[in-house]
Design a protein around this ligand. Sequence first.
Ligand code: HEC
Length: 276
Amino acid sequence: MTKAWLRGLGIALMAGSVIAHAGPREERTKLVDYFARKFPDLRHADHVYGALAFDPDARDQYDAIMEYPPFTAELEKAKLLFETPFRNGKTYADCLPNGGRMIAGNYPLFDEARGRVVTFEDLINQCRADNGEEPYAYDDPGTMGLVTAHARSLSDGMKVDVKVESPAALRAFEAGKREFYQRMGQLNFSCASCHVAAAGNRLRSEVLSTATGQAVHWPVFRGGDQPMTLQMRYTDCYRYMRHVSDRPGSERLNNLEYFHTYLSNGLEMKASVFRK
Ligand code: HEC
């Protein structure tokens, strides 16, 4: 009896240590399984709809809006910005891998030579620097927001495929994971408080989306306004937490984006969608 109990405890402790040392793949699987148990009626693929996945009426409205997006003029501006040559006559398509097509799902990636996370937005700025242009501010909707609205749409239909393949990459991933689970700010919330534990619940007028699937559809357009990048969204959420965040483009937010986007691995991308 005692022995069996001890064995049981031993197994439980082992399970605990497996979770404590869980690698990226286990981390993602753990969350996917958690949401599958919590929301048995929600298909994993529907996590890409965020909060809309919980509300059939809102989802119908979304589908109708996406048929004739109120931000079509912005998307045209975005395409023009992407296609307009730099002063040296070259274009983004000349400098992005694969002409910019079907690549966004590989970002953020860990650049071993530079020893840091590189986001898709970094890649855009790298292109600009390589062609003698000033970098864009990471939180400027009218430049970085617009150009990525078009550039990311060239990867629509690609599945997110973020990789963590070296000890240094794993350290960046772990830093992002800590940022995600760390309680902070005056309200003592973590990202996980709202987008894991309370996902599917209502916060005032909004339903909270699941962390898995949150990284597939950036930038978003809210009510036909200017685009908002994923890291601009993070800074909004930090504000909800009453926490002053680092700026978009900072190492801290890049590491968070690395971890957070990994959670969307395998889900289909679609840039420039409508959100409330
Ligand atoms: C106090 C609750 C709360 C916390 C904590 C919080 N968020 Fe949010 N977040 C929201 C709400 C509300 C929305 C809008 C509804 C939705 O899409 O979930 C949102 C939306 C988002 C979205 C957009 C989802 C979409 O489909 O467009 C992302 C991405 C996101 N949050 C990431 C984060 C990250 C990363 C953190 C931690 C830095 C965080 N959130 C912390 C409340 C929170």
